[in-house]
Design a protein around this ligand. Structure first.
Ligand code: NDP
Length: 449
């Protein structure tokens, strides 16, 4: 039995109740096989057994009081996964589906993504099963304060630096930072994604969506193609999807869809980013509101999606950008994209494609940018925010954006070169995983047990 199989079998036995974590581990470990075959030191040092286990898992109770004066109880977590190459870094997710398995999948992916970015940051992730939907601003504030009252003991500007993720945007980061400052009496870059008024970086808000398009641009460039005139489908309607649409327009493409948890918008004329921001960032409303404001937009509720499918991926396109959540694009969706002539998929969300969908893209030989490469723009710009905080500087938007583009290009080129090195040119899943893994694994060996 192979080393990878041994480790996977033991994980399946121990963590059968954490299916998304097992899925993420399977995807990474499988693709590492050629690097493990080439160099036995990883097995000798039990690197796989060690890298799949978080260094530390913190789990805590979060008590807060709602607007009716009722006590509410949630579970909070921080998974400090791997700090071999730098302080733990990764977002906080607030969504009812959050549990330890989800955060382990996200934290595990984050290790390799952060290493691949070429920056000195380790991997971590956190969050809570708190649902910000339908809560008032003061309820969100009380929750964030209660959450940080526990979390502040474990984080620090050179220890662990959380950021946003699903359900955590500028508003939540503000409340979290306010409470951290109140408790510690210090003003440091302990969170990223802050508003520029109190130490945030210009272009951090845009970074994940813009970065996914920069990455896709580089994939197309390497195939002597460009985005000019291309029709693109985008899922999600949050931070990543919005700025992905914005950048697509800027590079001459036309995004024609967005979606949220209740339905999707299709507009052949292209998504109006100004209206999307008004609906999602200002009104915090459903996409039905977008359809009320834009007459050319067609709204389809989730209840009318084809059985077992995501309707976004049935829309013919040249390139697809899944930017909502995990497992939102399955094999049937992948087959539909390929049958309709889609030539490029760049993942803004984390693990949006199921394993069989990923295999279908690789087999078809299209330009496929896996999440840990294509969406690394967010965490990379977070690191640029840390650098600005540490040096008490604030860089212009153009400086940060130029750095982001350079980093995304380097990530692509490093994954592509590694794929070539292992005889699978164009397989950026293998390239990204091995490139990220080697950096962390070699460091773990240097640091000793
Ligand atoms: P947001 O909360 O801003 O937006 C999430 C969007 O996805 C919303 O439109 C939401 O719909 C939709 N969505 C969430 N869960 C589901 C679901 N189960 N089914 C269908 N739609 C869903 O989050 P972000 O844009 O920040 O994050 C999106 C993805 O990108 C996540 O996978 C995240 O991990 C990843 N990512 C984010 C980064 C960042 O910098 N923010 C960095 C790297 C990756 P609704 O509004 O109805 O809930």
């Amino acid at each position: 039995m192979s080393y990878v199989q041994q480790v996977m079998d033991s994980l399946k036995e121990k963590y059968a109740h954490q299916p998304v974590f097992l899925q993420a581990a399977q995807e990474v470990l499988q693709s590492l096989q050629p690097a493990l075959d080439k160099n036995k030191k990883y097995q000798e040092h039990k690197i796989l057994e060690r890298i799949v286990e978080p260094e530390r898992v913190i789990s805590f109770r979060v008590d807060w009081v709602d607007d009716k004066g009722q006590v509410q109880v949630n579970r909070g977590y921080r998974v400090q996964y791997n700090s071999a190459i730098g302080p733990y870094k990764g977002g906080l997710r607030l969504h009812p589906s959050v549990n330890l398995g989800v955060l382990k999948f996200l934290g595990f992916e984050q290790i390799f993504k952060n290493a691949l970015s070429g920056l000195a940051i380790g991997g971590g992730k956190g969050g809570s099963d708190f649902d910000p939907k339908g809560k008032s601003d003061t309820e969100v504030m009380r929750f964030c304060q209660a959450f940080m009252t526990e979390l502040h003991r474990y984080i620090g500007a050179t220890i662990d630096v959380p950021a946003g993720d699903i359900g955590v945007g500028g508003r939540e980061i503000g409340y979290l930072y306010g409470q951290w400052k109140r408790l510690t009496q210090s003003f440091e870059g302990v969170l990223t994604g802050k508003n520029v008024l109190y130490g945030g970086s210009l272009a951090r808000t845009e970074a994940t969506g813009y970065g996914a398009v920069y990455f896709a641009q580089r994939m197309l460039e390497s195939r002597k193609e460009s985005f000019e005139g291309k029709v693109c489908t985008v899922s999600g309607a949050g931070n990543v999807a919005t700025y992905c649409c914005e950048k697509l327009w800027q590079v001459g493409a036309r995004p024609v869809t967005v979606s949220d948890s209740r339905g999707m918008i299709y507009d052949a004329e292209g998504i109006r980013v100004d209206v999307l921001k008004q609906v999602k960032e200002v009104e915090r409303a459903s996409l039905t509101r977008y359809a009320e404001l834009v007459s050319s937009a067609k709204y389809t509720p989730v209840t009318e999606y084809p059985q077992g499918r995501n309707a976004v991926w049935s829309v013919p396109c040249d390139a697809a950008f899944p930017c909502a959540t995990q497992n939102e694009l399955n094999l049937a969706d992948a087959e539909s994209l390929l049958a309709n002539g889609c030539k490029c998929v760049a993942e803004g969300a984390n693990m949006p494609s199921t394993l069989d969908a990923v295999h279908a893209f690789i087999k078809a030989g299209i330009a496929y940018g896996p999440a840990k490469a294509a969406n690394a723009g967010g965490v990379s710009t977070s690191q640029l925010e840390m650098a600005q905080n540490a040096s008490m500087q604030s860089w212009p938007f153009e400086t940060v954006d130029a750095n982001l583009k350079r980093i995304m290009t380097n990530i692509h080129d490093s994954a592509a070169a590694t794929a070539e090195e292992f005889g699978q040119p164009g397989n950026l899943v293998l390239g990204a995983n091995i490139a990220g893994f080697r950096k962390v694994a070699d460091t773990m060996i240097m640091l000793g047990v």
